[in-house]
Design a protein around this ligand. Structure first.
Ligand code: DQQ
Length: 576
């Protein structure tokens, strides 16, 4: 503890002496003078009520999520000194249910040569005997990115409060011989154990414009050797941050990271620094050659598959051995200007943890909020089969609309002849959604929800579907239109969109949205496409927020079922 505070004091001293901007080679630009600015008290206007966030200051990537002795652990990139990126440590919280969290002191903070300039992202691996070990990126005295190891001081402590760093750190370093660019070498994954008894881990990297997942192997988790070839790489994709590599099967039952065998596919996810998108490919892990071979057509630029088509970055999965499932965490950044989030006194929220598995088509992943979130459901309103006539808007009354969980299903099979034709050049769903927002009338659609809406509908975020007729099938577009989400002009209001692999002729179209004051996490087609929006209403705040279901298409649409719940507050990182 004493050394932590000593380090904090040193940092303050460095910050007082330093002025202006220091370029960091990650995706964050360091404004030394801003990184330690704190408003008198953090603003609560846009704080969430059941999403994970610290009481104040800056948070980015989720780090090293795991479960140990019945307790869930989440570490995260955190600036203890202010609401902007800088001074990064691994903050730490634990939970019994992944919903309510208790804060602890920082688990990993600069204390060695190998991390004196920062403790960046990494992952936890369960070594034999269920002993956790963390590999993370340290920034050394020369500002080089190196990989370090930390292990718990006391394995009998389920809270894993104290972490001890390996005296052999750094374990993986950039050298002229290994041709690793020292400013593009970071974010080790959870390691997996091969049939030959050696551990494997990948580290994000780029060489010129080629993004790479560098592969390392080790017998003892301490001495690591770089493989001749990367696990996978793609020309022209830029830096691969926070890679993730894990097995999946087409069942929500998850697989431990080292699982290989019949019927098992592998997922390679990378966080593309250039676009701030978390993209993934599904394929085969050929363990005899230690390479990842994407499914046909899935390779080039990850063929556009994303975990979430809104704000969701630097994500990480872990295998929950308690409940035999794979869980995904992801960081939701602010859409405010730097000036405004600094004035707010905090920045960044974590998305609700999601169950993740392979769709039965084998072509994509499916995500769904963990079932524990349903324990926060309070007052419920339900609607029976309802006809939503063309041009109608219906208010969902009786719940607290600023903090809600809503699940609605639409039937449109009998109304598809009115669907507009899809122009073959409309291949970019985000662009299509921005051109055809919620106020653009179509044949079948737009229909869906207006959330965080003001009573006069001057403000709302519209999450909706629109159906097009292609040559021999119907195409479903899912949009989150933020153009009217706030009367404040300053926040970024980019509209997001995704194509949804659901056949509206034979299937219902479902939409679930988790609404939490300034966050809307939406799951279309039972989790086949997810869109997270960060919004800042000025009127639709607290009890003034409303929820509507609407249909602005020419065709009538049937609501086959709709349930909505008020969500109660979770207890998140409150000081005891
Ligand atoms: N954030 C970390 C890096 C990572 C980036 C630094 C992704 O390790 O590459 O805070 O957001």
């Amino acid at each position: 503890m004493a050394s932590f505070y000593l380090w904090l004091m040193c940092l303050c001293w460095m910050i007082v002496l330093g002025h202006g901007i220091l370029e960091a080679e990650a995706s964050h630009r360091v404004y030394r003078n801003l990184a330690s600015l704190q408003p008198a008290s953090p603003s609560q206007t846009y704080r969430t009520s059941y999403h994970f966030q610290p009481p104040k200051n800056w948070m980015n990537d989720p780090n090293g999520p795991t479960v140990y002795k019945g307790l869930y652990h989440l570490f995260y990139q955190y600036n203890p000194l202010g609401p902007d990126w800088g001074n990064i440590v691994w903050a730490h919280s634990t939970s019994k249910d992944l919903i309510n969290w208790n804060p602890h002191k920082a688990a990993i903070f600069p204390s060695q040569k190998g991390d004196v300039n920062g403790c960046w992202s990494g992952s936890t691996t369960m070594l034999r005997g269920e002993n956790p070990a963390i590999l993370y990126t340290g920034i050394d005295p020369k500002n080089q990115q190196v990989q370090n190891l930390a292990v718990p001081r006391n394995l009998s402590d389920p809270y894993l409060i104290e972490w001890v760093k390996s005296p052999y750190n750094p374990l993986m370093t950039p050298t002229p011989e290994n041709k690793i660019n020292s400013s593009s070498f970071r974010d080790p994954t959870t390691a997996w154990l091969g049939p030959d008894g050696r551990w494997r881990v990948i580290v994000g990297n780029k060489l010129n414009r080629r993004g790479k997942a560098l592969l390392y192997r080790s017998k003892d988790f301490v001495r690591w050797t770089k493989a001749q070839h990367p696990l996978y790489s793609i020309q022209g994709t830029g830096m691969w941050e926070c890679p993730d590599f894990y097995p999946v099967s087409s069942s929500p039952i998850g697989l431990d990271t080292s699982t290989i065998g019949e019927g098992v596919k592998h997922v390679l996810k990378v966080s593309l620094d250039d676009t701030k998108h978390d993209q993934y490919a599904i394929g085969t892990y050929v363990h005899s050659k230690d390479v990842f071979v994407p499914n046909a057509g899935a390779a080039e630029k990850f063929s556009g598959l994303r975990y979430d088509y809104g704000k969701f970055y630097a994500s990480k999965t872990f295998y929950d051995s308690l409940k035999k499932r794979r869980i995904l965490w992801g960081w939701i950044n602010e859409s405010l200007s730097r000036e405004d989030y600094i004035a707010q006194g905090w920045s960044g929220v974590q998305a609700i943890p999601r169950l993740i598995w392979l769709d039965k088509s084998g072509k994509q992943l499916v995500q769904w909020p963990i079932s524990e979130i349903e324990t926060l459901r309070q007052k419920k309103v339900g609607y029976p089969l309802t006809l939503l006539k063309s041009g109608s808007t219906l208010e969902v009354q009786g719940i607290k609309a600023a903090q809600a969980d809503v699940d609605v299903s639409f039937q449109v099979a009998s109304q598809l002849e009115q669907a507009d034709a899809l122009d073959p050049s409309w291949t970019d769903p985000q662009l299509l959604c921005s051109q055809k927002g919620a106020s653009v009338r179509g044949g079948t659609g737009p229909f869906g929800l207006k959330v965080l809406a003001s009573k006069d509908l001057q403000e709302y975020t519209a999450v909706f579907f629109r159906i097009f007729k292609a040559r021999n099938k119907y195409v479903v577009l899912m949009c989150s239109d933020q153009s009217r989400s706030s009367l404040n002009e300053k926040p970024d209001k980019t509209t997001y969109g995704a194509f949804l692999d659901v056949d509206p002729l034979h299937e219902e179209l479902s939409l679930r949205s988790l609404i939490d004051h300034s966050i809307v996490e939406s799951f279309g087609g039972k989790g086949k496409a997810c869109i997270t929006s960060r919004v800042y209403p000025t009127k639709a705040l607290g009890n003034e927020a409303r929820l509507y279901v609407f249909n602005y298409g020419k065709a009538n649409v049937a609501i086959s079922s709709m349930n909505a719940w008020t969500m109660k507050n979770a207890s998140i990182n409150r000081k005891n």
